[in-house]
Ligand binder design. Sequence first.
Ligand SMILES: Nc1ncnc2c1ncn2[C@@H]1O[C@H](COP(=O)(O)OP(=O)(O)O)[C@@H](O)[C@H]1O
Ligand code: SF4
Ligand SMILES: [Mg+2]
Length: 326
Amino acid sequence: MPLLKVIDLKKYFPVQQSFLERLLSRKLDYVKAVDGISFEAEKGEVFSIAGESGCGKTTTGRLIVRLIDPTEGKIFFNGADITCLSGEELRKLRKRMQIIFQNPYASLNPRMKIGENVGHPLEIHGIAYGREKEKLVMEMLEKVGLQPASKFYNAYPHELSGGQRQRVAVARAMILKPDFIVADEPISMIDVSLRARILELMIQLKEELNLTYLFITHDLAVAKYISDKIAIMYLGKIVEMGEKEVIFSDPKHPYTNALLSAVPVPDPNVKRKRVMLKGEVPSPINPPTGCRFHTRCPLATDICRREEPKLVEIDDNHFVACHMIK
Ligand SMILES: Nc1ncnc2c1ncn2[C@@H]1O[C@H](COP(=O)(O)OP(=O)(O)O)[C@@H](O)[C@H]1O
Ligand code: SF4
Ligand SMILES: [Mg+2]
């Protein structure tokens, strides 16, 4: 049984309209941020969601940890339907599922010392208070490489560097010993020189604490490093999904190929043809008809403008949504 199973998940945000617009159009427009995605993540694996900015990655992450409610679809965690949990049940789920945000500064309370920031979830969930809490927090600070822990315990977020703050955010996500963590671009806002060390820390903690990650990134080089499986998203849809090795060695979807051609190849003997993407990502309010990628796809034909391609399994665990790939 997969730890996480998502079935036909959708999130439509109503577009804010002025009084006059509402009066004239009589129709509500929606941003189709996530528009019918399905996938499974097994316990212990790193499942990555990759794609350009605006394709619905963050919304997917927020839906899964139930920070926002889906418009349609189902989410199963450890076999249980968590789509509509609320109140006490949702609070219990929070203990098992955590999220690390892109901006570590925004996710920490600037008026709380680091020790209080990290220890707060222990109090909220009634797990530890006072001395006991302090001990658990100190251990966790050591684990994420904030040493000596006593120095960091009493510091405030503004006294730390970006990399140190993201270590604090990791510590806070891990302190409840969750099973599952959504990491939403956890290294994209920290200094390039510190990124590899944070990724290494996340992998090490995953092994140590037997975690499962939903890892969100716009950077395929990062996805290549950390993932077991990858789903490529475009305008609210998954266009290709499979084992990391397959996605990188045998990509099928024209969008995946375009993204991959922008990733530097370390081996000078391997040459990849650079595919330039035309134009901008279209608006998710009125996505293109048929295949959403047809306005930018070098292979698009008539059928692409008319019919939406389904995500089909073309090989063992390798899924592609494209009329040209069978
Ligand atoms: N709360 C919201 N209200 C309206 N539109 C939103 C909201 N959150 C995200 N969106 C829109 O949904 C789309 C997907 O956003 P997001 O999930 O943040 O993408 P990504 O993380 O891949 O950059 C974007 O067009 C974004 O503007
Ligand atoms: S379905 Fe057509 S437009 Fe879409 S990716 Fe395939 S070839 Fe390109
Ligand atoms: Mg995002």
